[in-house]
Ligand binder design. Structure first.
Ligand code: FEO
Length: 396
């Protein structure tokens, strides 16, 4: 439990979750996470910006007591997901005078998710301001920086932009401000890949909304506070651009070695053509690492053996995951092995990748263990990837 000061009368009072290892029951958290809640004390009014995951509500309450908060006028809620909003009902019990300040969509979600009464809300519009006396909150709607209702708040006098999930990172750290640029960009990239990547076009327009603000600090609701905001803004600009790298990602699973053999052969052939390649054995891979690798890869090739006439279920799972996070890959292919029937794997691959705007390169299916002709086919695939990458105007 700790309260930390960002600027005069602006405090970080959230909770650090050192031990959490999984988010949304799917996303691995190798570095834990935090649920950042901020307190802004104006000369006339006091606002709490977001709360914490309900598991950590006692820490938030302890922090409010530690800095002597006896009255809260506003609870600004940027996002209805429960890791930020889930403690609002408890805070409303302790501070019954408080009103929840949010947009119409968020109000609707919170009424349903958290069973908060209608009269507890103050609904605001994009661009509206709220005076706390000597401090002014300006609300900027930033939809789809996770959910459709997500928004940010700009604290004008202190030049702090509170962004909730936007620019966040799953990292548990005792350091309030960014302490290692490379590390935070890596953590934020993982967060972006898993949470934000499906919404690249929306994020591009949201980045435009904030580009004319004079920002000294970006204070997200996960991870550390950026005291050099350009670091994360520039990283996001690159991630959401159409630019890709001369890189191939190969998630694969192999049961008896045939698929592994063709994967290893293709990896070698791509390397010979000076293409970066990253195979992931799906039995041991961290799906967060796969998502990160796909942030800027030009090509994905999924490899799977045939199980009961179709994809190995582990491969089907990862293809569904990749389809959900919608990486900007320009090319995709499928390679695999079969014993007596393999065609259905290719059909499944094609139907499960409907969200990808990628050109499908001719799949390769090997009967049994790969033979001379199969290696020639893999040579052709490596050549085709090389050629497509050479001609792709987005390759940087
Ligand atoms: Fe950190 Fe979308 O919640």
């Amino acid at each position: 439990m700790a309260t930390r000061k960002i600027k005069n009368d602006v405090y970080a009072i959230g909770a650090i979750d050192w031990d959490r290892t999984l988010f949304d029951e799917i996303i691995p958290l190798p570095d834990g996470t935090s649920y950042n809640s901020y307190l802004v004390k104006g000369s006339e009014k006091t606002a709490l910006l977001d709360t914490v995951d309900p598991d950590k509500v006692d820490e938030l309450i302890g922090n409010l007591k530690e800095i002597g908060v006896k009255h809260i006028d506003y609870i600004v809620s940027h996002h209805a997901e429960q890791d930020h909003s889930g403690s609002i009902p408890k805070i409303l019990e302790l501070y019954p005078e408080a009103k929840v300040v949010t947009n119409k969509k968020c109000k609707d979600l919170e009424k349903n998710l958290l069973l908060i009464d209608d009269e507890k809300f103050i609904t605001i519009n994009n661009g509206e301001t709220l005076s706390l006396g000597n401090k002014t909150l300006e609300f900027i709607f930033t939809p789809w920086v996770h959910w459709p209702e997500t928004m940010s708040t700009y604290l004008r006098e202190d030049k702090i932009l509170f962004t909730c999930d936007f620019f966040g990172s799953h990292i548990a750290s005792s350091d309030l401000f960014v302490s290692n640029n490379a590390k935070i960009v890596e953590d934020a990239k993982r967060y972006y890949a898993e949470i934000m990547m499906p919404f690249r076009p929306s994020i591009r327009s949201n980045l435009k909304k904030i580009e004319n603000l004079d920002i000294d600090f970006i204070a997200p609701s996960h991870g550390q506070v950026y005291d050099h905001p350009d670091l994360i803004i520039n990283a996001y600009k690159e991630w959401v651009s159409e630019n890709v790298k001369n890189k191939v990602v190969i998630p694969y699973v192999s049961m008896h070695g045939s698929t592994e053999k063709i994967v290893n052969y293709l990896v070698d052939e791509l390397m010979k053509r000076d293409i970066s390649v990253r195979p992931f054995n799906l039995i041991t891979a961290d799906i967060g690492e796969i998502a990160m690798a796909l942030v800027d890869a030009a090509t994905i090739v999924v490899a799977s053996p045939t199980v009961l006439t179709g994809l190995h279920p582990v491969a089907a799972y990862i293809i569904s995951f990749v389809n959900a996070i919608r990486p900007k890959v320009k090319f995709a292919s499928f390679i695999g092995s079969f014993g007596w029937a393999g065609k259905r794997s290719v059909e499944q691959f094609e139907s499960l990748t409907s969200n990808l705007k990628a050109k499908l390169l001719e799949p390769i299916l090997v009967k049994g263990y790969p033979k001379v002709d199969d290696f020639k086919s893999l040579d052709r695939l490596a050549d085709e990837i090389f050629k497509e990458h050479q001609e792709c105007k987005f390759i940087k």
